[in-house]
Design a protein around this ligand. Structure first.
Ligand code: SF4
Length: 319
């Protein structure tokens, strides 16, 4: 079950998070986990939309201001400076060139890059945290299946694990789409992600299965587009412990005639301890790996749920 993660996903990222001094005050906002941990397994494509449209650093600050239609990005000191159209135009151009990336990490709170809860000012100068950065909004709208997160939200272990899982899953999907699409390849992809998708949503797994139920004479590329949207939406759903327990118990079933009563009890106890929040997910996962190493099963060996991304990221130690 040792996977080869040699094919590194490329992740778009707000340049300041990598340590580039491109913020309005000429500073950076380097994120250590992103650079030093996740950066061991992915490549980054840094993009600073404000620099790209020629604002320079340092530069006068800008902010999001409510308007009758879409919020505008204007100067704090000189509101007659409005860079909304340039930011949106750059985002459209960039989105058209970002087809090969497998995820995006945005800098939070920025009027350009913030994904959510960006301060949105009204005419009276009062702000509510309900805006979306002008650049981020267009990127997310143009690439709806792309896994996107903000650096602040990635401090939450559950959101971090969910994002990294989606990035690696999307990379595998993109690899599949880059080849000549066949019905067999689609069905194979679906089979290998069975327990991963089931853990997120049983209903989504069934819907995905129905999409692939009769592929004779159909336009595979249209089926694949529908599959991609449903697959990525399913993986976005958070998984509670109950759902992981369900998936673990299904997989445990493949060992029932291969391990003795003592081993079965040990595995069941480990899953139960995880359910009771006494141990993290990595504990029953390790035990499953251990038993399947001793009693290999071809079908389980194929399941990405057991090894979705490089283990040394340690993400399952924290959920
Ligand atoms: S938040 Fe976005 S626009 Fe602001 S400095 Fe970072 S990359 Fe540039």
């Amino acid at each position: 079950m040792n996977r080869d993660y040699a094919e590194r996903p490329v992740i778009g990222i707000s340049s300041c998070l990598l340590g580039q001094k491109v913020r309005y005050d000429g500073t950076a906002k380097r994120d250590r986990w992103i650079v030093e941990q996740l950066g061991r397994f992915v490549d980054y494509q840094p993009i600073c939309p404000e620099m790209a449209i020629g604002l320079g650093a340092p530069r006068p600050p800008i902010r999001l201001v409510a308007s009758a239609t879409q919020p505008r990005v204007v100067g704090v000191e000189d509101p007659s400076i409005d860079v909304t159209d340039r930011l949106e135009g750059f985002a459209l151009e960039t989105a058209a060139q970002l087809g090969a990336i497998s995820g995006y990490v945005f800098m939070s709170k920025s009027p350009s890059c913030g994904m959510e809860r960006v301060k949105l000012y009204n005419a009276g100068g009062h702000a509510e945290k309900k805006g979306v950065g002008a650049y981020a909004r267009v990127i997310m709208h143009s690439l709806p299946n792309l896994p996107c997160e903000e650096e602040g939200r990635l401090n939450d272990p559950m959101l971090r694990e969910n994002f990294v899982n989606r990035v690696f899953a999307y990379r595998r999907w993109q690899t599949l789409r880059a080849t000549d699409l066949t019905a067999k390849a689609l069905i194979d992809f679906h089979a290998r992600h069975k327990y991963m998708v089931m853990a997120h949503s049983q209903a989504a797994y069934q819907r995905l299965g129905r999409l692939l139920s009769n592929l004779k004479g159909v336009d595979l590329s249209r089926v694949a587009d529908a599959y991609e949207a449903e697959f990525m939406a399913a993986l976005k759903r958070r998984i509670g412990r109950k759902r992981h327990v369900n998936a673990l118990q299904h997989i445990q079933g493949y060992l029932k005639d291969r391990i003795d009563g003592g081993d079965k009890a040990e595995l069941a106890q480990s899953i139960e301890a995880y359910r009771r929040e006494e141990v993290p997910l990595v504990v029953p996962m390790k035990l499953l790996h251990h038993y399947f190493r001793r009693h290999p099963d071809d079908y389980i060996d194929q399941q990405w749920y057991l090894d979705p991304y490089p283990e040394s990221l340690g993400l399952r130690n924290a959920i």
